[in-house]
Design a protein around this ligand. Structure first.
Ligand SMILES: *Cc1c(COP(=O)(O)O)cnc(C)c1O
Length: 379
């Protein structure tokens, strides 16, 4: 296969592995030598480095991004009768966690340009729930969708007004900057994911919680180890098995050495897409005062038919694409019965015509050129 028709990978973890190999292998060997596979020294080192990296007082590593969300909600004792406000246009885990805990997700619509949760609709939804008097408004999960920050100053102001806990679902945006600082302390707690395809991914599942609260950090540490107290085998609360593996911490320590360069590379590629494609398709609007982590570069097509045509044309040219997300969560079979029926027209419309292009730090100039040429040829 010549280079012109070679399929471009949507994500290239092999190329990244080659880049970090000299640092990665000794770190993995060190874990194999000490055999502390759970809560080993690499886990402690990673937590210290990540807290410093994003400016939060505490980092508590956990077994996945989903478990990070769950532990944060469990620490607030959120459950039956509680309303948890979250965007309808996000990954399934954001809504799954309140439901698993017996709480009710209340879906909020998004901004049509940035795709982030719409603060004015959040306020309207909180007021609706209060007026209906059936559920207790308890928490807001803001999602930093595709790597850009949600409107945290506004979300926090609304949450404070109604006395709600704020949880930042930062699974796609670890490393992003908002108002000059990295995400990690924008909400009462911040949850991130180290799933391999995220901008800061491990070689398996993993996640972390960040908070400035000493009490919350202590609860998170207890909850990730079955609700254990200070004494071993003393169980203070119902928790879970939610720890990060030492081997994954070693991988992440290695990836942290190149993470800022990778964020810069992602931003440079996004800027090339903007300038090459901006006249032909709707390229991503930027959240003001922010630097995205560019988990996903999503363009908008005119309608679903144009998207089908574009995806088929790209595929024929060896260019992969993906749809995040083809259905808003209130239309998912598993969640529809939890929804109060409010139309969420922006989420419904965007899901029919959004499409993501490959964006990872190991895309070559040649790949980027092929991708842009293929998009322009199929408009
Ligand atoms: C990936 C993701 C999660 C879940 O993270 P896992 O580590 O896969 O459990 C949660 N929320 C959002 C927005 C995500 O993209």
């Amino acid at each position: 296969m010549n280079d012109i028709t070679r399929p471009i990978p949507f994500l290239d973890l092999k190329a990244q592995q080659v880049r970090i190999a000299a640092d990665l292998k000794p770190r993995i060997d060190a874990v194999l030598a000490h055999c502390q596979f759970v809560l080993g020294p690499e886990v402690v080192e990673l937590e210290q480095k990540l807290a410093a990296f994003c400016g939060a007082a505490h980092c508590v590593s956990v077994s996945s991004g989903t478990d990070a969300l769950q532990i944060a909600m469990m620490a607030e004792e959120i459950g039956r009768g509680d309303a948890v406000f979250l965007p309808a246009f996000t990954y399934t885990a954001t809504a799954e966690v309140p439901l698993v805990l017996g709480a009710t997700p209340v879906f909020v619509d998004i901004d049509p340009h940035t795709f982030q949760i719409d603060p004015s609709h959040l306020r309207a939804r909180i007021e609706e729930v209060k007026a209906a008097g059936k559920l207790r408004p308890r928490a807001v999960i803001g999602v930093d969708l595709f790597g850009q920050p949600a409107d945290w100053p506004q979300l926090r102001a609304i949450a404070e007004e109604f006395g709600l806990f704020t949880l930042d679902d930062c699974a796609q945006a670890f490393g992003a900057i908002h108002h000059g600082v990295r995400l990690g302390a924008a909400a009462d707690a911040t949850a991130t994911s180290f799933f391999p395809s995220k901008p800061f991914g491990a070689y398996g599942d993993g996640g972390a919680l960040f908070t400035d609260s000493d009490e919350r950090a202590a609860l998170y540490r207890s909850l990730r180890t079955h609700g254990e107290g200070a004494a071993r085998y003393e169980v203070l609360r119902t928790g879970m098995n939610g720890r990060l593996d030492t081997l994954q911490a070693a991988v992440l320590l290695s990836k942290l050495t190149v993470f800022e360069e990778e964020l810069d590379a992602r931003a440079r590629i996004a800027a090339v897409y903007d300038s090459r494609l901006g006249n032909a398709v709707t390229t991503p609007a930027r959240v003001p005062n922010s630097v995205s982590a560019w988990a996903i570069y999503a363009i908008l097509l005119k309608d679903g038919e144009s998207r089908d045509r574009m995806q088929a044309g790209l595929k024929a040219a060896g260019v992969p694409s993906a749809i995040y997300y083809p259905r808003p969560l209130h239309h998912q079979p598993a969640y529809a019965s939890a929804h109060d029926g409010t139309p969420l027209p922006i989420s419904e419309d965007i899901s029919t015509r959004i499409m993501a292009l490959p964006l990872h730090p190991d895309l070559t100039h040649h790949d980027i050129d092929r991708i842009c040429t293929a998009v322009l040829a199929n408009c």
